[in-house]
Design a protein around this ligand. Structure first.
Ligand SMILES: [Zn+2]
Length: 229
């Protein structure tokens, strides 16, 4: 049931970025039909029914009858990252390889829930590392991001956890992670302007100690060509 994450490795490079580019397209993982085979979680559903009452609704009215079950299934699905760890995801997809230049996967779609309001934040992650004799199958990087995104999170910790997971699994010469996200808890409540993005980064190893590596990484993460040296 694991959705295939899409990595866009630069299809947008040929034209100027617009606001529309900053809002990710609806990914397959989001359209998965949660209501197709719903499970029952009686205790959870009872709590949702009570929440509906507390916001002034009538849980018995037609449109809301199945809502507690849907909410329970949906929230459990959206927090399923608690059940996985990075080593398990990577499995045997680690390969001996002498390649020693930066490897980057850009524009990994990301959907998470802020732990303060349990409202979504969403955007993109850019993940890079410099191998030290070992590389990982590229499709594993979006899955690592997904594992940490599908939890109650703060963006800063999510960014650090992804970097740390790659460090733990690969022991590379360096790791860099940038996350750009929109937070509905700010946007819907008018705390911030609609289009302001929160950007966080985490760097380890050469990405921290070597300014040229850091500059190359940030340029690639922003979709710029690294400056020639
Ligand atoms: Zn929040």
């Amino acid at each position: 049931m694991t959705p295939t994450a899409k990595h866009d490795t630069g299809a947008r490079a040929g034209r100027p970025r617009t606001h529309a580019d900053d809002v990710p397209e609806t990914p397959a993982m989001w359209s998965q039909d949660l209501d197709a085979a719903p499970e029952h979680h009686p205790e959870f559903e009872e709590l949702v029914r009570r929440m509906l009452e507390l916001v002034g609704e009538d849980p018995a009215r037609d449109g809301l009858v199945k809502t507690p079950q849907r909410v329970a299934n949906s929230l459990l699905w959206l927090t399923r990252g608690y059940d996985v760890d990075a080593a398990q995801i990577v499995g045997d997809a680690v390969f001996e390889e002498t390649h020693s230049s930066m490897v980057m996967v850009r524009d990994i779609e990301l959907y998470s829930l802020c732990e303060h309001h349990m409202l979504p934040f969403f955007g993109r992650a850019h993940v890079a590392y410099i191998p030290d004799g070992r590389i990982v199958g590229l499709s594993k990087l979006p899955r690592i991001v997904d594992a940490f995104a599908r939890r109650l999170q703060v963006q800063e910790r999510l960014t650090e956890q992804v970097a740390q997971a790659i460090e733990d699994v690969l022991a590379p010469r360096g790791v860099g992670v940038v996350v750009e996200a929109y937070h509905l808890c700010m946007m819907m409540r008018g705390v911030q302007k609609q289009n302001s993005q929160t950007v966080t980064s985490a760097v380890r190893g050469l990405f921290r100690s070597d300014p040229r590596t850091r500059e190359e990484f940030l340029a690639l993460a922003q979709g710029r060509a690294p400056s020639a040296r």
